[in-house]
Design a protein around this ligand. Structure first.
Ligand SMILES: C[S@@+](CC[C@H](N)C(=O)[O-])C[C@H]1O[C@@H](n2cnc3c(N)ncnc32)[C@H](O)[C@@H]1O
Length: 432
């Protein structure tokens, strides 16, 4: 006879204490970046599947702030532990997110630790509790100017010098101000009066204090879109539209909208379905017109050569580290080398699509010379039918000038008293 068992019923679990799933999501985000080399943006949907509404934003904020302050958080942890914890130890991860909440995000210490401890149950709970308590009792503060990860610091010091490294460290302390681009540059003063802020170029406004973007006047009506000032430079370099412009690697469409608003007959090409969807939504909201093509530019080609081409090439994105601090921890030299090779292929292919006498702008939001200056050097050797076209100084934002080689290089040292600039490289080339 079979032994009697309890009838199977629905499984019940004790509900987790409030706030714990959000911290678990933050840890998943950190794992995705630090262990698997994914971007925060790409990891967000899967990591935050179990949290909703504002808790998603909180999970993202905990992970992003941890990445901003990682070397300083680790230094604090190492100063309070007898033996250094391995980089990927559960205890270190738990302490990082408890500390960042208490020291940066203003979470009361008891809430910061009580929402983290359940995540190390059955593991190093005592250690985490003890180290956190020691640091709180010592009233530690993180340094005002964050430390950059040592490998990034060394790489950027070699490329740009000490002053740039200092500026980058200051810049990582907080997310950048909000830059917006107006569809009609002629309305800049009108919108400056309505929204406040400062204009650093025609059609640009920089705002420090503002409402959530969708609630701001003019957003729903499509009068403007969010776009970092440095990111507007490549399309500014092409000037007013005169013919057909191909926008390669176009989504989510910041530069497509600039080109369309400047009068170019614009064709926007991108391979990503999700990002193309956002590009279409942006065009719909701003009522700007462009032909949208979903294609891999390494396989696609236009029916006819174009008057102008803008290549905002896929890159390491290290220039936008203020908004995407994950790049500081996941972009290794091998990643830069791979992307530089892809950029070379896209650039050489697109060069054949420029009409004789036409222009091409190549740009990357990178602080790695291999994705900018070196890329240009290689291209000019390979393509004798192209020359660097001088940039009209009036097309550049306040405080930005072309370098001696005719290209534009922006660094976080620039506009230091006005909220700084992202790192960008852009060059305008003419087919002779
Ligand atoms: C720097 S982002 C573009 C940003 C965009 N230009 C803007 O201003 O909003 C690079 C884009 O390149 C696209 N991309 C990457 N490889 C591609 C390829 N082989 N063909 C087409 N698009 C590609 C990515 O999907 C991504 O949207």
């Amino acid at each position: 006879m079979k032994p009697r068992t309890k009838p199977a019923g629905p499984q019940t679990h004790a509900p987790e204490p409030l706030g714990v799933p959000t911290r678990r999501a933050a840890i998943k985000l950190l794992d995705a970046v630090l262990r698997r080399g994914e971007s925060l943006e790409a990891a967000l949907p899967a990591a935050t599947r179990m949290v909703h509404g504002p808790d998603r934003g909180l999970a993202h904020a905990i992970a992003a702030e941890t990445l901003r302050r990682l070397p300083d958080l680790d230094a604090a942890i190492d100063g309070a532990t007898e033996r250094a914890l391995p980089d990927d130890a559960k205890a270190r991860t738990a302490l990082r997110i408890a500390l960042v909440q208490a020291l940066v995000l203003g979470t009361p210490p008891h809430a910061a630790i009580s929402t983290v401890l359940p995540l190390v149950d059955g593991g190093p709970r005592k250690l985490v509790h003890g180290v956190f308590g020691t640091l709180m009792r010592a009233n530690i503060l993180l340094p005002e100017i964050p430390a950059l990860p040592p490998l990034v610091e060394a790489r950027w010091e070699t490329a740009w010098g000490e002053a740039m490294v200092e500026a980058a460290a200051e810049a990582i302390a907080a997310p950048p101000p909000l830059d917006i681009t107006l569809a009609d540059p002629g309305s800049t003063e009108e919108w400056r009066v309505r929204l406040g802020g400062e204009s650093l170029a025609p059609g640009h406004l920089r705002l420090v204090d503002h409402d959530p973007v969708p609630d701001m006047a003019g957003y729903t009506d499509g009068a403007w879109w969010v776009q970092d000032l440095a990111a507007t430079i490549p399309a500014r370099m092409l000037g007013r539209g005169d013919g057909v412009a191909l926008d390669l690697c176009a989504a989510p469409g910041g530069k497509t909208m600039q080109l369309a608003a400047a009068g170019w007959q614009t064709v926007a090409i991108d391979s990503s379905q999700g990002r193309i969807k956002r590009l279409r939504e942006n065009l719909f909201r701003t009522r700007l017109k462009a032909e949208v093509v979903r294609a891999d530019v390494l396989l696609w080609s236009p029916e006819e050569p174009a008057d102008a081409i803008l290549i905002d090439a896929p890159c390491s994105a290290t220039g936008i580290f203020r908004r995407h601090p994950d790049v500081l921890h996941r972009v290794r030299p091998s990643v830069v080398a791979e992307l530089a090779e892809l950029q070379t292929r896209i650039l050489n292919r697109a060069a054949d699509w420029v009409k004789p006498g036409g222009t091409m702008v190549f740009a990357t939001c990178s602080l790695e010379p291999d994705e900018g200056e070196r890329q240009l050097e290689r291209f000019l050797v390979a393509r004798r039918d192209f020359a660097v076209e001088p940039v009209d100084p009036a097309s550049l934002p306040t405080g930005v000038a072309a370098a001696e080689g005719g290209y534009v290089r922006t660094l976080p040292t620039m506009l230091a008293d006005k909220g700084r600039l992202d790192g960008f490289f852009a060059v305008k080339l003419r087919r002779t």
